[in-house]
Design a binder for this molecule. Structure first.
Ligand code: HEM
Length: 204
C-alpha cells in the first residue's frame, strides 16, 4: 500500500540535499535524479517541496519520462489533499461540451484530464504542436540558460493520447413531437373524409 505523505511533509524537502515533488497526487523523491534530469536541476528545484504537476505537464514530458518518474515514487497525498489537475486550456474550456473541448485543446494529452471523454483517451497518435504555452516555456527556459535567442517558432511533434473525431449528433426533435404530429395528420384526414361524405349526402 502507498505511504501517505502530507503536503506539509513534502514542503520540508525543498533543498538540494532532499527534493520531494508532488506530481498527479503522488510524491516523488527526485534527489538522486537532479544531476541526470535532461531539463536541468533548476527545473526540479523550482518545484521542490511543492506540487509540480502543472510544470511537469507544461513541458509535455514523454512516456519515457513518465516511466523514469515511477522509480522515484515514495508515496501519495492523503485523500483530502488530492486535487484534480486541469490543463490551463481545460480550465478555460470547462463549460464547453466535452467532445468540443478536447477537439480544441492541444494540451489534452493527459489521461488525467477529466474533460477528455474516456474513448478519446484510449487512442494514441502523433500531433503537431506549436505556439502553445509549453513551447513558450521551453523557449524561455532555453533563453535563461543560453542567453537571448532568435525564436523561429519551432514546431514540436509530441505524442498525444486524444484524437478527437467529432461525435455524430443524433437529430433531436421536440420531446414526443413525432407522435403528436402523427395524430394531427390523422385527425385532419378524418375531418376531410367526413366533410366530403356530408357534402355528398347533402347534394343528393
Ligand atoms: C520529477 C520528475 C521528472 C522526471 C522523471 C523528468 C524527466 C525528464 C526527461 C526524461 C526529459 C527528456 C525529455 C523527455 O523524455 O520528455 C525531461 C526533459 C525536460 N524536463 Fe523533466 N522530468 C521531471 C520533472 C520536471 C519538472 C517538474 C520540470 C519543470 C519545468 C521539468 C522540465 C523539463 C524540461 C524543461 C525538459 C526539456 C529539456 C530539453 O529538451 O532541453 N521536468 N525531463
Amino acid at each position: 500500500m502507498d505511504k501517505i505523505i502530507t503536503l506539509e511533509e513534502v514542503k520540508k524537502h525543498r533543498r538540494k540535499n532532499s527534493v520531494w515533488i508532488v506530481i498527479h497526487n503522488d510524491v516523488y523523491d527526485v534527489t538522486s535524479y537532479l544531476e541526470e534530469h535532461p531539463g536541468g536541476e533548476d527545473a526540479l528545484l523550482e518545484v521542490a517541496g511543492q506540487d509540480g504537476t502543472q510544470a511537469f505537464e507544461d513541458v509535455g514530458h514523454s512516456d519515457d519520462a513518465r516511466e523514469i518518474l515511477k522509480k522515484f515514487k515514495i508515496g501519495s497525498l492523503p485523500v483530502e489533499q488530492k486535487s484534480t489537475f486541469l490543463h490551463t486550456c481545460c480550465k478555460v474550456k470547462r463549460k464547453q461540451s466535452r467532445s468540443q473541448h478536447s477537439s480544441e485543446c492541444s494540451m489534452c494529452s493527459s489521461v488525467s484530464c477529466p474533460n477528455v471523454p474516456h474513448t478519446d483517451k484510449e487512442e494514441k497518435t502523433w500531433r503537431t504542436f506549436d505556439g502553445s504555452p509549453s513551447s513558450d516555456r521551453l523557449d524561455r527556459r532555453y533563453e535563461k540558460s543560453n542567453g537571448p535567442t532568435l525564436s523561429t517558432s519551432p514546431s514540436v511533434e509530441r505524442r498525444v493520447q486524444s484524437v478527437v473525431v467529432p461525435r455524430e449528433r443524433r437529430p433531436r426533435g421536440p420531446p414526443c413531437g413525432s407522435s403528436s404530429l402523427k395524430w394531427a395528420v390523422l385527425a385532419l384526414a378524418g375531418a376531410i373524409v367526413i366533410g366530403f361524405v356530408i357534402k355528398k349526402a347533402l347534394a343528393k
